[in-house]
Design a protein around this ligand. Structure first.
Ligand code: FE2
Ligand code: FE2
Length: 475
């Protein structure tokens, strides 16, 4: 079950050939996917051969194989983690019952919505990142971008498989619509706002893969607990791929920090103007990018109080992060959680039923995980002997969803007037000038082993290859 059949048109480990109707339906979706890839995938790279990792098994050991392939020939397919015998539902109203192999009729609409919302983010990020190949800071980075792009494509396949297999005609229609929406397009945008923002430069890309792919991790972890077993098994495998995306973000920002600190020490200055003249990104600008990506991403968890979140949990569709490791009753009735609220223009904590606050619970778990990596970035700054620290902003800062969207809050968590917000906006979030400066650094460096001036080389290459390996062959 866990080995992948690559002899078929659609590589899979789900015995696809035994279900002719499903196989035919997916084979007819496949050319539409390739058309979408040609239109909206990485720009200008149709002929390049990229040193990509392809899944060959879902076993924890040795599931990947590396080799140069053209991206449009990447073997996108359907991989589920092996089923666990007699798996039981371990939270919500159905606690202790058998996990579902099929969709219960009464939960069909909600499950479909969850799968479509997750599925929509996957092609969206490919669309957001499609121009970045033209300004890659190195061949190593270019390869990592493309690896992420093909895997987001595969994540789309994962969700489309579930839609086709379990949701009949509606599912097929939703699968088609996933190829029709476009990130940032006015009349047919992607579902979630963060996936309609641009990823205009590589600093944004690294911040996005650090913060927003980490949102992906938390959403997938919550879905990996689902009572709907095929969803749990497919998201578990997606998580193994997601880890690499967050690595690209964390190490990318880390290398920007290393390079900036190096130049700060060489020039013995922390003056942003001088550092910009030296062609590196000053730390306050990094902080503003961080503020932007963090705040936009935590909005993705949804409203702080949500009856949908309660329903999704109680009905067993979506668990909490690491549900299985928690020691409470896994039903949460009568329990409470503190969320932030705005009363008379001030932030106040308010106790609400925990079931209604599950978006906030997941957001808080996410915030903890995000902060840990920011502290690792601070270690790099500390090691360079520079007295500056990056900080995740207060969770009420720059919010657009839920109770906090109605109030302006500084990164430190002080409620501020509209006038102060307007006056200090450019101190807290990337200004037009910041973005123009970062954009001015973006050139194309693709000679093996060469790196743009604003970023340090990585400590090591991919799959134990040297850093100056030819990760991308332009034919
Ligand atoms: Fe993904
Ligand atoms: Fe991802």
């Amino acid at each position: 079950m866990s080995s992948i059949n690559y002899s078929e048109k659609i590589p899979n480990n789900v015995n696809l050939s035994e279900d002719r109707a499903l196989q035919r339906a997916l084979e007819s979706w496949q050319p539409d996917f390739i058309n979408w890839w040609d239109d909206m995938g990485p720009e200008g790279t149709t002929d390049a051969s990229v040193y990509l990792r392809t899944a060959v098994s879902v076993d924890p050991q040795g599931w990947a194989q590396f080799g140069h392939v053209k991206m449009r020939d990447y073997r996108w397919g359907i991989f589920l983690n092996p089923g666990q015998q007699d798996r039981k539902i371990h939270f919500g109203d159905h606690l202790g019952e058998d996990a579902w192999q099929d969709v219960p009729g009464e939960y069909r609409a909600n499950l479909r919505r969850i799968i479509v919302t997750q599925g929509d983010t996957e092609p969206a990020s490919v669309e957001q990142q499609r121009h970045l190949g033209l300004t890659a800071p190195s061949m190593y980075d270019l390869r990592n971008l493309f690896q992420i792009n093909v895997e987001e494509g595969r994540h789309l396949w994962a969700m489309v498989y579930l839609l086709h297999k379990h949701f009949g005609r509606d599912g097929r229609e939703e699968a088609d619509a996933l190829l029709q929406r476009r990130s940032g397009q006015e009349d047919n945008p992607r579902i979630l706002q963060a996936f309609n923002e641009q990823t205009p430069d590589w600093l944004s890309f690294f911040m996005f893969t650090y913060f927003t792919d980490r949102d992906g991790k938390f959403q997938l972890c919550a879905l990996a607990e689902s009572a709907f077993d095929p969803l749990a098994r497919t998201t578990k495998f997606m998580l193994t791929e997601e880890a690499h995306h967050m690595f690209v973000g964390e190490s990318g920002v880390g290398r920007v920090i290393n390079r900036t600190c190096q130049v700060m020490n060489e020039l013995k200055t922390d003056d942003p103007k001088k550092l910009r003249e030296a062609g590196v990104i000053d730390l306050p600008t990094l902080q503003r990018y961080l503020n932007f990506h963090f705040s936009v991403t935590i909005d993705l968890f949804g409203a702080d109080e949500s009856s949908n979140a309660a329903t999704f949990y109680s009905t067993g569709l979506k668990g909490r992060y690491e549900e299985g490791k928690r020691t409470d009753d896994h039903q949460l009735r009568g329990q409470t959680y503190r969320v932030l609220n705005v009363v008379n223009g001030q932030l106040v904590e308010k106790e609400v039923p925990m079931l209604n606050a599950l978006n906030e619970v997941l957001r808080d778990d996410y915030i903890k995980d995000s902060i840990a990596g920011v502290e690792r970035w601070n270690k790099l700054i500390e090691k360079a002997g520079i007295p500056f620290r990056l900080k995740t902003p207060h969770k009420a800062f720059h919010r657009n969803i839920g109770a906090l969207s109605g109030v302006k809050v500084s990164p430190e968590g002080q409620v501020v007037s509209e006038a102060e917000w307007a006056a200090r906006h450019d101190e807290w979030l990337p200004s037009g000038a910041d973005r123009a400066f970062v954009a001015s650094l973006m050139g194309r460096v693709v000679e093996p082993g060469k790196f743009a001036n604003w970023i340090a080389p990585p400590a090591m290459g991919i799959n134990r290859q040297p850093v100056d390996f030819e990760y991308v062959r332009f034919n």
